[in-house]
Write a protein that binds this ligand. Structure first.
Ligand SMILES: *[C@@H]1O[C@H](CO)[C@@H](O)[C@H](O)[C@H]1NC(C)=O
Ligand SMILES: *[C@@H]1O[C@H](CO)[C@@H](O)[C@H](O)[C@H]1NC(C)=O
Ligand SMILES: *[C@@H]1O[C@H](CO)[C@@H](O)[C@H](O)[C@H]1NC(C)=O
Length: 315
């Protein structure tokens, strides 16, 4: 080390150190893709070129990065292939140079690929399974680490954030990374939205995915209007059917014919008025719908047919 410092000093004395040193030397990393960025120091002439060197904590020797020897201002240096050991601590340094002129080196802070990289969100799908949700992580989410065995061998978890759409109630849970996970003990027929991120005890920089929403089971019919015409008919049919049964029972009992006829009349009048009420309700309801032009409703994933069309279809 001492020898190197001496040599460097000698070198600096031999060439004029009169260019401003670069600033903001930093390594940013997303999904293990490491990119070095820097800004030219204030007053740097536009024809200055920049050189990048790296060293690691094991060898402690500066090595010029091939392909990053003559960068112009604004260019970046791709260090992905150079920082291969995810556990090692790396430092980078950059300096400006021109014919017979160089600047001082400016260093980045120490960078450890494993802890400093930002992990992108998993790509996954959500589907309902009754009172549970099935979360299926797509292969592509994981294959981005294929090139690095060290990474793949780490213990990874996926953190899920589950939010009930109706009231925004939410909870988090961590599950070991699997292609398929199940979140159980949810309410059936209810919509939940789930976001996910990769996580490990050694890396807390994960980015959360967008929310993916799904019903645990098919949603219950929300728009009673759609089913109204059918239910009107069914109600009337049921009523008549029940009435018939009652009369059959009464017929077989020993009631006097006078009583029977009174009951018959009462029953018919009652039934008739019920049907009348239902029909009137329907007519009023339809007029209302036509007047106010209730718009078609969409219920998140499944488009529901419009109130109007469903009523018209019934006719
Ligand atoms: C360095 O970064 C800081 C903060 O991001 C910024 O304010 C400053 O302008 C940068 N310096 C140069 C020379 O670009
Ligand atoms: C950096 O290098 C890696 C590996 O060679 C490559 O996959 C990636 O696309 C490069 N990134 C940029 C921004 O050039
Ligand atoms: C660089 O240095 C050499 C030798 O010291 C000198 O001959 C040359 O003129 C210098 N060039 C510039 C551009 O200063």
């Amino acid at each position: 080390m001492g020898l190197w410092t001496l040599l460097l000093l000698h070198f600096h004395l031999a060439v004029c150190v009169c260019l401003p040193a670069p600033s903001n030397v930093s390594i940013s990393s997303y999904n293990m893709e490491h990119i070095l960025r820097f800004s030219p120091g204030p007053g740097t002439p536009p024809d200055a070129l920049f050189t990048v060197q790296i060293s690691n904590s094991r060898r402690q020797r500066w090595k010029t990065v091939a392909g990053c020897q003559e960068l112009t201002a604004g260019q970046t240096c791709n260090l992905t292939e150079k920082l291969k050991d995810v556990w090692d601590l790396y430092t980078a340094q950059v300096r400006a140079s021109r014919t017979n002129q160089t600047s001082q080196w400016t260093r980045s802070r120490e960078f450890q690929p494993l802890t400093d990289t930002v992990l992108g969100p998993p790509d996954f799908s959500v589907s309902g399974c009754g009172n549970c949700l099935i979360l299926q992580i797509r292969d592509s989410s994981w294959s981005r680490f294929d090139h690095n065995v060290q990474l793949k061998n780490l213990y990874w978890e996926v953190e899920f954030n589950v939010k009930r759409t109706r009231d925004g109630a939410e909870f988090r849970l961590k599950l070991p990374y699997e292609q398929k996970s199940v979140i159980s003990h949810l309410q059936p027929g209810v919509e939940y939205c789930v976001s996910a991120s990769f996580t490990s005890i050694l890396n807390h920089n994960a980015v959360s995915s967008e929310r993916h929403c799904a019903f645990t089971s098919p949603p219950p019919p929300r728009h009673t209007c759609k089913y109204l015409p059918v239910s009107v008919r069914n109600a009337a049919a049921c009523w008549i059917y029940a009435l018939c049964n009652v009369y059959e029972m009464l017929w077989e009992s020993d009631l006097s014919p006078a009583w029977l006829s009174v009951l018959l009349v009462l029953g018919l009048v009652g039934g008739f008025s019920l049907v009348l009420v239902l029909v009137v309700c329907r007519v009023i309801f339809r007029n209302k719908v036509q007047k106010h032009q209730i718009p078609c409703m969409k219920f998140t994933s499944q488009p529901y047919s419009c109130l109007m069309t469903s009523l018209n279809e019934e006719d």
